[in-house]
Design a protein around this ligand. Structure first.
Ligand SMILES: Nc1ncnc2c1ncn2[C@@H]1O[C@H](COP(=O)(O)OP(=O)(O)OP(=O)(O)O)[C@@H](O)[C@H]1O
Ligand SMILES: [Mg+2]
Length: 243
């Protein structure tokens, strides 16, 4: 195995031109550039959720219909991402919403698609941060990067009440992805109307159109002993950051 995602250009993004005097962009270049840009975003699976699999606990213990829905999404991942289709996990605390969302993001990262993973409070903090005097990057730059990645996972939507101004920025992010037909995965404890009250009807309406609903209700599984998601027969999960 070469170890390169693209054998043709060995991940440089460039190929020698036929006349030998120049280089031309490789077919993978667009994806490579998007991957590099997304690295500045938060694209790492948190340790707790690394190595999740539909074939092992806790996911194998979750309700069959919901696991099947996620399995089907992953099976068709390339198509789902290319069409900008997403998933909307909602329901009780500690029922596996984030676990399933992380499984999808992990699968997308393994397929070398660009992914960003945020909790809503963190995303909002990042937005606010771009308006600070000593900000590393501008809001427009953050918005551009969030708009062009293949998959944006936002965890804990509606977890905090925030200002109308910040919600307007969140709307811009969701709307630009909606218009560009780029996938979004969300998790939330709120029912649809409660969520609309918290983050705005226009934002929720767009999410509703592009995401398939996946309800997860039941007992808070954090009350019980934690399941180690990693496969015991496998070496530790690799660092999935796009290198
Ligand atoms: N059906 C299940 N059986 C066993 N353990 C489970 C099950 N569902 C989730 N877990 C475990 O419960 C914990 C919480 O899971 P997770 O973070 O995915 O929940 P959540 O629905 O996102 O919760 P919250 O609403 O608080 O964000 C994790 O340690 C996970 O492994
Ligand atoms: Mg969660």
């Amino acid at each position: 195995m070469s170890g390169y995602a693209c054998k043709d250009c060995e991940d440089s993004g460039w190929l020698d031109a036929p006349d030998g005097n120049a280089v031309v962009p490789c077919h993978c270049r667009e994806q490579l550039v998007a991957g590099r840009r997304s690295r500045a975003l938060s694209g790492v699976i948190p340790r707790r959720y690394q190595g999740a699999s539909v074939d092992r606990p806790p996911i194998s213990l979750m309700p069959t219909a919901q696991v099947d829905l996620v399995r089907a999404y992953i099976r068709d991942l390339e198509k789902q991402l290319d069409q900008g289709r997403g998933l909307w996990f909602f329901g009780d605390v500690g029922t596996g919403k984030t676990t399933l969302a992380m499984l999808v993001s992990q699968t997308a990262i393994e397929a070398r698609r660009s992914v960003a993973i945020y909790s809503l409070p963190r995303l909002l903090a990042e937005i606010r941060g771009t308006f600070e005097d000593d900000a590393d990057g501008s809001y427009v730059d953050l918005l551009d990067r969030l708009a062009e990645i293949d998959l944006l996972q936002i965890d804990d939507l509606g977890a905090e009440k925030t200002s109308d101004w910040v919600l307007e920025q969140l709307y811009s992010i969701i709307n630009s992805r909606y218009e560009a037909q780029r996938s979004i995965i969300i998790t939330t404890n709120l029912e649809r109307d409660q969520l609309a009250e918290q983050i705005g009807e226009r934002t929720v309406s767009r999410l509703e159109e592009i995401c398939e609903l996946c309800p997860l209700f039941g007992t808070d599984q954090r009350r019980f002993e934690a399941v180690d998601m990693r496969d015991k027969d496998q070496p530790p999960a690799p660092d999935l950051r796009l290198a």
